[in-house]
Design a protein around this ligand. Structure first.
Ligand SMILES: [Zn+2]
Ligand SMILES: [Zn+2]
Length: 150
């Protein structure tokens, strides 16, 4: 699993991986320290349940844009197979399986837009849902108006 998120101080893109780091990163641009909280599911099952950045549990899934690369690999492999005696076809097929079949979906957090790549899709997560976003916004608005009255 690879997590792509934005630094909370300077919004630079940061990358993290629950299997490689321990949840403590320094931003590549501003060098400030960022803390991520991984769950057991992140580490052991390669599946997203809680957001490592904002701790919320609302996610949507989207087609991985790199999916296209799978097809490109296969095509290039096919075209070059004549000159390389089929070796390139093997490589092409490998690229195809990796990019197109293995992890075709991207999991994205509704709240902080962190992207979770190369992870197994959690069956509870659905495609982007506008109604769901509206309920979040209402909750935030209610929270604000309640505070105003106090
Ligand atoms: Zn930063
Ligand atoms: Zn989040």
């Amino acid at each position: 699993m690879q997590i792509l998120f934005h630094c909370r101080y300077c919004f630079a893109e940061c990358r993290a991986s629950p299997t490689k780091d321990k949840g403590l990163l320094s931003c590549p641009r501003c060098r400030k320290q960022l803390v991520l909280r991984y769950s057991d599911s992140h580490r052991q099952e390669n599946r997203v349940d809680v957001c490592a950045i904002c701790q919320q549990q609302d996610f949507y899934i989207r087609d991985e844009p790199r999916r296209v690369w799978g097809l490109v690999f296969l095509l290039v492999g096919l075209l070059a197979a004549y000159w390389t005696f089929g070796v390139s076809l093997l490589l092409g097929a490998y690229g195809f399986v990796w990019h197109f079949r293995k992890f075709p979906k991207l999991t994205i957090c509704y709240h902080c837009y962190a992207k979770y790549r190369n992870s197994r899709v959690n069956p509870e997560h659905r495609e982007y849902d506008l109604e769901k976003v509206e309920t979040f916004e209402k909750a935030i608005r209610n929270d604000r108006s309640c505070r105003d009255f106090r």
